[in-house]
Design a protein around this ligand. Structure first.
Ligand code: SF4
Length: 330
């Protein structure tokens, strides 16, 4: 397999300011490794506060990790002088809330043209206008509306404007931080389908972050399930969804609607309580305070990611049997 286009190695990020510094700060991300290959989608899922947005910001260079490294095509993201301009151009981001991520005083033309100006990608105003029109068409919006303001568009259309802006620099990677969670259910599917189509036509690699497993399932080639700042389970999406080995992934999946009739008999696993505070994560396995499979070892020894079938799970008692079943028996 060729080298990944984006690689994160042992990323850590702790926030220590004011009240957050008590108890050593908020350990938002605590040792995450990820790889993203050209043209693929990596889905990252987990509950609120699991560190996925902090991870997203480190993957685009908006946050510097306390420890660990992010590389783009083998080159380090974070240099003494900051993130190199070339990497900033080639790794873009789509934000969660299109209402707050678009400047309400700028026209759609100016919003989408901003990265073209910053990276000097259009020779003149005419070329810039043509390129903005092309980008708006690409995301399903009429170029005739480029002189309007964000408030004149619906939520789904505003997110399309954000996607057009991210595409303006012709990036190799787009990191999408919960890009549909602020949208109505009926609009979510349209925007998810747009991402899938853009990937097919443009070949851009996507990191697609969501708290909803069902959303990620439709667009991802591989998935990573995060819990309290760490990856609990990761691997090819089909295998993780059909044969989850980690108790947390099993619980998340058991709570999601199941389209496949053969799997509808799976009983629902109820998780006890809320995730513990990232200020003081539990010792041993971070999930042991909510895990129905927990044993004494779990509160003492932190599990690391180990191979289970074709994928990896961080659990002392990972369900290896499920991963070995032929797919039509699962
Ligand atoms: Fe549950 Fe123990 Fe596995 Fe953690 S290591 S997920 S507590 S069984």
């Amino acid at each position: 397999m060729p080298d990944p286009v984006l690689r994160a190695t042992d990323l850590h990020k702790t926030y220590r300011s004011g009240l957050l510094s008590r108890g050593g700060g908020v350990r938002a991300v605590a040792g995450v490794d990820l790889e993203l290959h050209a043209g693929e989608t990596l889905g990252i899922v987990g509950e609120s506060g699991c560190g996925k947005s902090t991870l997203a910001r480190m993957l685009v260079g908006l946050e510097r990790p306390d420890q660990g490294e992010v590389t783009f095509q083998g080159k380090p993201f974070f240099t003494r002088a900051g993130v190199p301009r070339d990497i900033r151009r080639r790794v873009q981001m789509v934000f969660q809330d299109p209402l707050t991520s678009l400047n309400p005083r700028m026209t759609v033309h100016d919003i989408v043209a901003e990265p073209l100006r910053v990276h000097r990608l259009s020779p003149d105003a005419r070329a810039m206008r043509d390129r903005v029109g092309e980008l708006l068409s690409l995301v399903g919006l009429s170029p005739d509306r480029m002189n309007r303001f964000p408030h004149e568009f619906s939520g789904g259309q505003r997110q399309r404007i954000g996607i057009a802006r991210a595409l303006a620099t012709d990036p190799d990677v787009i990191v999408c931080d919960e890009p549909v969670s602020a949208l109505d259910m009926s609009v979510q599917a349209q925007v998810v389908n747009l991402f899938a189509e853009l990937q097919r036509t443009l070949g851009v690699a996507l990191v697609f972050i969501a708290h909803d497993l069902a959303v990620v399932r439709h667009v991802s080639h591989r998935v990573a399930v995060m819990y309290l700042g760490r990856v609990a389970e990761t691997g090819p999406a089909a295998e993780v969804y059909q044969a989850p080995a980690h108790p947390y992934t099993k619980a998340l999946l058991s709570a999601a609607p199941v389209p496949k009739p053969a799997l509808r008999g799976r009983s629902r696993i109820m998780l006890a309580g809320d995730p513990p505070s990232p200020v003081a994560p539990p010792p041993g396995c971070r999930f042991h305070t909510r895990c129905w499979k927990a044993a004494e070892r779990c509160s003492q020894e932190e599990p690391v990611l180990e191979a289970v079938g074709e994928h990896f799970a961080a659990c002392h008692f990972a369900d290896r049997a499920a991963a070995q079943l032929p797919s039509n028996d699962r």
